[in-house]
Write a protein that binds this ligand. Structure first.
Ligand SMILES: [Zn+2]
Ligand SMILES: [Zn+2]
Length: 261
């Protein structure tokens, strides 16, 4: 399996999961044009995309969904709640491309087994995803206000986790955002902080997780350096050294790389 983050953060999210001949876009939260150009950077064309799976209806996750589906006849998968909430943003797409799943029930897209699981976020029915192919497991978990035991179980033993590390709590508290927005981000239905990501990864390490890409960084309340250092320190404090754990950070506005899992 291969995983390529194309865009990550509040200005737009999109990544590609590939295995066998199947390529799945996880969200399409940039313009269709930007996504097509980023796909080209990882050696893919829109015709190679088997499906788009949507996490939730926020614009930074669905902006390009409608355009891509209409232009390249791509099936779109989401749960009922997300379909209802996202329809005005996605616009009209062909009936055959509207695929509805039930959260918690897995489905196949080509060679890849996809399991959506609920996360805690201020959207209609937000999910994270587990992707499975030939014994390899990838977990994508962004846009979640906190990570209770249930979510830790979803990610246990993953070969790679793409995990939200949205903000530095002090930068957020002292930063320019209005009080209500700060409160929303810090809430259980907001976004995961660097500290929370670090804590989660130290727990996941005990389940066998050895690789993580930090994702969905805030442009105002975080930097790649801060996110990396905070999470790396948390791992080190729990006795997990640099050589024991691969850690990197997804770029906001360009392809981060192609990761072989
Ligand atoms: Zn988001
Ligand atoms: Zn969101």
């Amino acid at each position: 399996m291969k995983f390529s983050p194309l865009f990550s953060g509040s200005s737009g999210n999109c990544s590609v999961v590939s295995a066998g001949g199947t390529n799945i876009l996880v969200d399409a939260g940039m313009t269709g044009k930007a996504i097509v150009s980023a796909l080209d950077d990882v050696g893919l064309s829109p015709q190679d995309i088997s499906a788009i799976v949507v996490t939730h209806e926020h614009i930074d996750h669905v902006k390009g969904v409608g355009v891509l589906s209409r232009k390249f006849d791509i099936p779109v998968y989401a749960n009922e709640g997300t379909w209802v909430a996202a329809s005005p943003l996605i616009g009209t797409i062909a009936m055959r491309n509207i695929r509805t799943f039930v959260t918690g029930q897995d489905f196949y897209v080509g060679d890849i087994d996809v399991t959506p699981f609920p996360v805690s976020h201020d959207a209609a029915e937000p999910v994270g995803y587990r992707f499975f192919n030939k014994g390899v497991r990838l977990v994508c978990m962004t846009d979640t206000g906190f990570a209770p035991q249930r979510l830790r179980d979803e990610a246990a033993g993953a070969d790679l986790i793409y995990l939200e590390s949205n903000h530095d709590i002090d930068m957020l508290k002292n930063g320019p955002y209005p009080y209500q927005l700060k409160k929303r981000i810090l809430s259980d239905k907001g976004h995961l902080s660097n500290d929370a990501a670090g804590e989660l990864l130290t727990k996941l390490y005990t389940t066998g997780v050895r690789r993580a890409i930090l994702a969905h960084l805030s442009s105002e309340n975080n930097t790649e350096r801060t996110a990396y250092d905070t999470v790396r320190s948390a791992l080190e404090e729990s006795g997990v050294g640099e050589r024991d754990f691969f850690l990197t950070v997804a770029h906001r506005d360009r392809v981060t790389g192609i990761f072989d899992i």
